[in-house]
Structure formats: structure tokens, C-alpha cells
Write a new protein. Structure first.
Length: 295
């Protein structure tokens, strides 16, 4: 495989595109919005510049990586020569099903269709295509260029050949693929999301404050980032969506989202992406931090 199409130029999509392009693959980055594509390429460029500053890559590496990426606002045009399509759109079941219906019509019969979904059933996604044996999950971790893990999720009909091909491809990206079966939340989020939800419940029940909860988990459990801060970086809307998928899938109250999480999402406090979640990421807060450094 040399030609990879990535659908969605957001945080995960541009990270996946960056990772493939840096390893020499030709990447077609697709989004319905040219503005989103421009922002995605700008993010990739900024991240490559950081790697140059840390002397991890050269200026030539950066130029080669960017040269390997082309952008499209049409799925049909973007997937024309793709041997693998990785869908990294918003975690919304209806949106994903519509994309895979379109991919089933637009792609070659030999094209493998993968989803970066963090919780939605690969079997359900595959059911709307004409090739359920060619559909698989590739759940990358954020930030994609840095994090080693890729959860490889086999749908009910995913073939052995496709699974093997994607496992080997992941290794070529210097990732560590782990094969898992198709149940709500898979492994990563089935364990992570209840922990995040319980942390929010702990705050909701006034057991401790935000920084106190995160400090306990960082210093006591050796987590690099506290669960509430991690939720902010994932996006509180994404956390809520994943918990809802698991709650619907298992019908178990332990997966029911905390009312505080529900209300924060309703209020638009989504974490880093909105400028405020459990922590304040607004421009005024950033300016305040800078001022303190020089005071």
C-alpha cells in the first residue's frame, strides 16, 4: 500500500495524515471544508517545525512530508487511487454510516476501509457497505505522530487477510498494533472512559476539586496527566458520545454519563477546543500566564 486517503482534517485526521506522509506514503486528505483542510495542513506544518526544533527531523524531511499530502473536498476524487481509506470524521454514527455508504460506491473493490472510531461498532459500520470483510477499525491515539498504540478492531466479518495487512501496515508506521474484538469502547475507552466519568462524579459529589483530583491521579497512580485534564484534551463532547455508546451497548448503569458532564457539554464547555472545560484555556488565561512569567 502506497496511496492512503484520510477523511477528516481535524485533530485525529491531520495527525494520521502527518504520520503516513512522514513515512513516505502518498496521502489524500479529504474534508468537506477547504478551511478545515487549510487548518489541518497548518497544524501539520507547525508540528513538523516543532520536530525540527527538537532535531528529530530535518527541513528536507518536513518538505518531503508536506509534499506527500494533497487535499480534496470531494470523497469521490480523493479516494480514486486509494488502497486504504482511514475515516477520522466526528464521532457520530449517522455521519460515519453515510461516509461508508459513499466509500463503498466510490472505492475500488480492493480498497480496505478503516475507521478511527473510538467506540462505534465496526460491524455496524461495515453493514452499510458491499464489502464487510474489507472493513476494519484503526483507532489511533492522540497525538497520533507521537503515541505508539493503534487498536486494530476486527468487525464480525473482517477477514484474516485484511487484519494481517493492517497489523503489518501499522508496524511500518513505527506503531504497536493491538488486535481487539468489536465490543463497545473496545479496550482503551472501555477502561479509560469509566475512570474519567468517575473522576467527574468525584468532582460532582464535592469530594475534591479539579486540581486535587488530577494531582492524586498523577502523583498517586503515576498518570502523566490527570483524568479531568485528559478529558479536556479529548473533548468533553467526545467523552460524552463514547459513554453514551457504551451505555447503549451494555445497558449497564456504570457507563451512564455523569450529569455534570452532560451539563458542561450542553453549555458548550468542551475543553481545549472551546477554550474552557475543567480548566481555562482562553486567550486571556494564556496572557495571564505569560505575564506571571515576566512579573
Amino acid at each position: 500500500m502506497k496511496n492512503i486517503a484520510v477523511i477528516g482534517a481535524g485533530t485525529m485526521g491531520n495527525g494520521i495524515a502527518h504520520t503516513f506522509a512522514q513515512k513516505g506514503f502518498k496521502v489524500q486528505l479529504i474534508d468537506i471544508s477547504q478551511k478545515a483542510l487549510d487548518k489541518g495542513i497548518a497544524t501539520i506544518t507547525k508540528n513538523l517545525d516543532r520536530m525540527i526544533a527538537k532535531e528529530k527531523i530535518s527541513e528536507e524531511d518536513k518538505n518531503n512530508t508536506l509534499g506527500n499530502i494533497s487535499t480534496f473536498t470531494s470523497i469521490k476524487e480523493g479516494v480514486e487511487y486509494a488502497e486504504l481509506v482511514v475515516e477520522a470524521a466526528t464521532e457520530n454514527i449517522d455521519l460515519k454510516l453515510n461516509i461508508f455508504k459513499e466509500l463503498s460506491e466510490a472505492c475500488s473493490e480492493e480498497t480496505i476501509l478503516a475507521s478511527n472510531t473510538s467506540s462505534i461498532s465496526i460491524t455496524q459500520i461495515a453493514s452499510v457497505t458491499k464489502r464487510p470483510d474489507m472493513v476494519i477499525g484503526m483507532h489511533f491515539m492522540n497525538p497520533v505522530p507521537i503515541m505508539k498504540l493503534v487498536e486494530i478492531i476486527r468487525g464480525y466479518n473482517t477477514s484474516d487477510e485484511v487484519t494481517t495487512a493492517i497489523m503489518e501496515l501499522s508496524k511500518k508506521l513505527d506503531k504497536v498494533p493491538v488486535e481487539v474484538n468489536d465490543y463497545p469502547g473496545f479496550v482503551a475507552n472501555r477502561i479509560l472512559m469509566p475512570m474519567i466519568n468517575e473522576s467527574i462524579e468525584t468532582l460532582y459529589n464535592n469530594v475534591a476539586g479539579v486540581s486535587e483530583i488530577d494531582t492524586v491521579m498523577k502523583l498517586g497512580m503515576a498518570h502523566p496527566m490527570g483524568p479531568l485534564q485528559l478529558a479536556d484534551f479529548i473533548g468533553l463532547d467526545v467523552c460524552l458520545s463514547i459513554l453514551n455508546v457504551m451505555y447503549d451497548g451494555f445497558k449497564n448503569p456504570k457507563y451512564a454519563p455523569c450529569p455534570l458532564l452532560v451539563n458542561m457539554v450542553r453549555a458548550g464547555k468542551l475543553g481545549v477546543k472551546s477554550g474552557e472545560g475543567f480548566y481555562d484555556y482562553s486567550e486571556s488565561k494564556k496572557a495571564e500566564k505569560v505575564a506571571k512569567q515576566f512579573s
